[in-house]
Design a protein around this ligand. Sequence first.
Ligand SMILES: *Cc1c(COP(=O)(O)O)cnc(C)c1O
Ligand code: SF4
Length: 342
Amino acid sequence: MDPISFAAATRKGSDGPGWQQLLADAVTDPRELCTLLELDPALVLPAVAAAKDFALRVPRSYVARMRKGDPNDPLLLQVLPVAAETEVVEGFVSDPVGDMDRRAAQGLLHKYRGRALLVATGACAVHCRYCFRRHFPYSEASALQQGWLGAIEHLRADPTVSEVILSGGDPWSLSDRRLKQLTDALQAIPHIRRLRVHTRYPIVLPERIDEGLLDWLRGVRLQKVVVMHANHAREIDGSVREACARLSAAGVTLLNQSVLLKGVNDRVDALAELSEALFETHVLPYYLHVLDKVQGAAHFDLPEARALQLHRELTTQLPGYLVPKLVREIAGAPAKTAVVGR
Ligand SMILES: *Cc1c(COP(=O)(O)O)cnc(C)c1O
Ligand code: SF4
């Protein structure tokens, strides 16, 4: 990005309604979503029913990237509650990745050597229908309630941990002040070298990347990695590119993780376009996750053989650095597991 448009981008962050206002204005009523997008009103009732278990939530600027009148829009499919979610499907469970067994302290998941994941908050800017934490008992298991004390103590006592991952929910739902409290505590632990943030904000509410957030990031002395989460090239528009440019300028390494989702990105050209769009945004593709078998998301699932075939074809179309690793999360495994042929 050239200096002039970068200056415009940073200015834009401080004009207009703040991110908290935009978050509060998110669409939560299925009726309104269908009206805005000129969709068949028959979609409303099932959406209302499915939203009882896991509410609809989508920021308006993300809705604006959807195509009107298209019930199969790849962005819409990620957020619209549908009847299939309420069907019970064998093999799809409430905690597919074994999170509840791996709590090292209140809100801290320590599954892998060297890195620990802090469930900093349960709040998200968007509710993704396929989310494997859609049933996670945030109110009892997030670190927030006890002010992260137990989690910080665990991290301090374990010198093997060099990277802390802020996750959730979405950690950037926290105020800049809370983020600073947290990173001040983490920076006081000598063996912690890296801070990683898992967030969808750069994609679904890029206005979150404002001067306040950047001030916080610039003040963090740890090495900084942001793993954002886009599943389709059409999610990446000018506002997303500007937000990513601001993050890069604040010294952040940017990566992306995606979930392979039936109907959303289960074609080689869609995956290739996503990688290209990410690279144009100076973001490298990191992981392509096969779906975690969470109850309510079975309609997004693809056979493993299809996932592998897509990944192999992608490998023949792109340079190696634009091919994300195809992985699955297996409860109890020491790392994400590469999906390979059998
Ligand atoms: C996915 C995950 C990580 C990060 O794994 P990487 O392979 O380092 O990206 C860390 N902790 C937990 C609990 C995870 O689920
Ligand atoms: S933003 Fe992440 S944690 Fe939140 S609903 Fe979407 S996938 Fe789940």
